[in-house]
Design a protein around this ligand. Sequence first.
Ligand SMILES: [Zn+2]
Length: 285
Amino acid sequence: MPKRSTVPVPPDAAERRRKPLTVCYPVETLPQPDLDLLNAARRNLAKVGETVVPPREGRCFRVPRGHFFRIVSIEGPQVGDLNLWNAEDLSERFFSGKTRALHATHVGVGDRLWSSLPHLRPMATITHDTLGWYGWDEDGAGVHDVIGTRCDPYTNRLLTGGDYHHCCHSNLSRALAAERNIPVQEAEAHVHDVMNVFMCTGFTRDTHRYFMKASPVRPGDFIELFAEIDLLGALSACPGGDCGSTHSSDTAACHPLKVEVWRADPRDLAGWTPPGRNAYPRTHG
Ligand SMILES: [Zn+2]
C-alpha cells in the first residue's frame, strides 16, 4: 500500500514524476583498487591467525594493513554483523551510509568499505565472495547489505517491552570492551552501523520496507577483504542465525563464524600504497 495521503494530487504529478534519474555520486573519479594486483597477491597467502565467534556472541580481531581477512561460514547458515576501526584511532570507523551511497545497498568484489569523516578513505577492499553468484533475486534482495544498523536491545525494548542481552549491538560492545579493557558503556559509544555479512535483505516493492530472508550462505562460503589500513574488527554472530525469520531472541538456530587473517607476500604488493586520510583541509569555508 502506498503511504496514506490526504493531499490532493497536482495536475502535473505525472510530469513531475517522469524526470530522469541521476546516480547521486558519479564514481568514475573514485580511486579504484588495483584488483589485478590484489588478485595476484591473494594466490599466495599464508594464514597467520583465526578467531572463532561463538553463536550470539561477538569477538574482536586485528588485521595489519596489507593482509587479507576472510569471514567464513562454518557449521551452518549464519549472518555476521561487522564493525571496523582504525586500530590506532577508534574515532576512524566504518561509514556504512557513505559506503552505501558510493557503491550500493549491498556490496561485493571491488567495492570498498569507507571510513567516517573527516578521514573518508578505504579501510578495506572486497577481493573475493563465494556468494557473488547470488546477485539480485526475484524479491529484489541481495547479500552483504550496508543498509541495516545492527539488532540492538533498545529497539527490542521499544518493540517488545523485554530485554535481550545478545543483540549484535551488545555483542559488539562486549567484544570491544574485552579487547580494550574498558567499561562496556565506553565501548558501546564506538559501536557503529554495520556491514551485514551474508545477510540477505532488500526493500519490499510496494512499501519500500526493509526486509530479510534466509541467507543463502552455507558452510565453506566466505567473503574476503584486503585491509588497506591497520584494522581492529569486531564481528557478532547475530542471534537471528540465518535471519530468515526472527532476531533479538534465542529462538533462531545460530552457528559460529570464523575470521581468518592471511598474510600476502610483500613482493606481490610492491605496487600497492596504503591510502592516506582525505585531503580536504577542514576549513569549511
Ligand atoms: Zn543481529
